[in-house]
Design a protein around this ligand. Structure first.
Ligand code: ATP
Ligand code: MG
Length: 349
């Protein structure tokens, strides 16, 4: 968390599709917390597939520079990812994480459900390594007389494993259960996943404050199985990039809708909130997008920027709206619009 400031500047990168519909909701929620946080200003910044089709770049340098030089934090909506390769286009979120050194993706998944419901035991955080693994995107297509072969390089470094591990231990230490599960597949990938696992296992040996945290480990496939069977066993999970990506979407399914799960991309100096969902082209422009994931991402961003009171006010309002279950978007079985849900949250803040 950073020093308390007189005023805050938050970069807003709505991106594509419903990203443009849910970021204004997050902005409204932040404005509603008023004096719990410093006076806040917003800067709109461009990025995404539409930006690419219009200006030829998915992530303009002005956006990166503004984030680096002018902003205390940021909120990212969503960008469309074309399923077929588009020449010259690559995901701006991946580039942003790299350029701002946001090496961790943190996704708390908490169920606010009526008692007795399956989702109600879920209270966990997935900490996903954000910079390496298969996402280094070193892919090759090799055609020979014998056939066609596609390969991808997977990179795991000791340094990146150590810093993501430390962040996970730190988060676990701040929670009542203080329990960390390392996710890997070192029974098959003993070199890469072996390094990830051994490095994180070794952290409490040199950082003694972490010896309070109990450490378990699990093979990723069995982790998904157990996540669905007995989610209550988990507290903080730490995983390499790809497993973390899959696990955090799976965990989101446990609590009902992608539309309510927030995340932050965090480094040592900067945090960027981002709802877990994508641009949802199937519902874009229909006023159906659930704004709660984006609103919670704003709360999470504030929390990691050092403003827990502002974050709590937003989270409490969201939880109340969910608990009452009267004003909800269609993904949660309701009939309300994005704007109606947003207004309800703002009213309760
Ligand atoms: P992208 O390529 O941008 O990831 P996608 O097609 O994978 O797009 P997602 O945004 O990942 O779409 O969403 C998957 C499903 O969940 C879609 O059916 C979408 O409508 C639904 N969904 C996602 N976010 C929300 C939301 N905020 N509110 C309601 N439904 C949502
Ligand atoms: Mg998606």
């Amino acid at each position: 968390s950073t020093a308390i400031k007189k005023s805050l500047r938050i970069g807003l990168i709505p991106g594509d599709g419903i990203g443009r519909e849910v970021l204004p909701a997050a902005q409204d929620a932040i404005l509603a917390v008023g004096s719990s946080i410093p006076k806040t200003e917003f800067i709109s910044l461009d990025a995404g597939f539409e930006c690419f089709t219009k200006h030829g770049e998915a992530l303009p340098q002005e956006t990166v520079q503004a984030l680096k030089n002018e902003c205390d934090g940021a909120l990212f909506g969503a960008v469309s990812s074309p399923t077929r390769k588009v020449t010259g286009y690559s995901s701006p979120i991946v580039a942003l994480r790299k350029q701002l050194d946001l090496y961790a993706n943190i996704r708390p998944v908490v169920a606010i459900a009526s008692p007795g419901e399956r989702g109600s035991k879920v209270d966990l955080i997935v900490v996903r390594e954000n910079t390496e693994c298969l996402y280094v995107k070193q892919e090759q297509l090799i055609t020979t007389s014998e056939g066609v072969k596609a390969t991808a390089t997977r990179v795991i470094t000791k340094e990146a494993s150590r810093r993501i591990g430390k962040m996970a231990f730190e988060l676990a230490l701040g929670r009542p259960r203080k329990h960390l599960t390392i996710i890997h597949k070192s029974n098959v990938l003993s070199v890469t996943d072996g390094l990830f696992r051994e490095t994180i296992r070794g952290i409490p040996l040199s950082d003694k404050q972490y010896t309070e945290v109990t450490v378990a480990e699990q093979i990723v496939d069995s982790a998904v199985y157990r996540l669905f069977r007995e989610p209550e066993i988990y507290d903080v999970l730490v995983a390499p990039n790809l497993y973390g990506d899959i696990l955090s979407d799976a965990a989101a399914a446990l609590v009902g809708s992608l539309g309510i799960v927030p995340s932050v991309n965090a480094g040592d100096k900067f945090v960027m909130g981002e709802p877990v969902h994508g641009s949802a082209p199937d519902i874009a422009g229909q006023k159906k997008a659930n704004p709660l994931a984006a609103i919670r991402s704003a709360a999470l961003m504030l929390r990691y920027m050092g403003y827990p009171d502002g974050a709590d006010r937003i989270d409490n309002a969201v939880n109340e709206v969910l608990r009452r279950g009267e004003i909800l978007t269609p993904d949660l079985g309701g009939t309300s619009t994005t704007e109606e849900v947003t207004n309800e949250v703002v009213k309760r803040i």
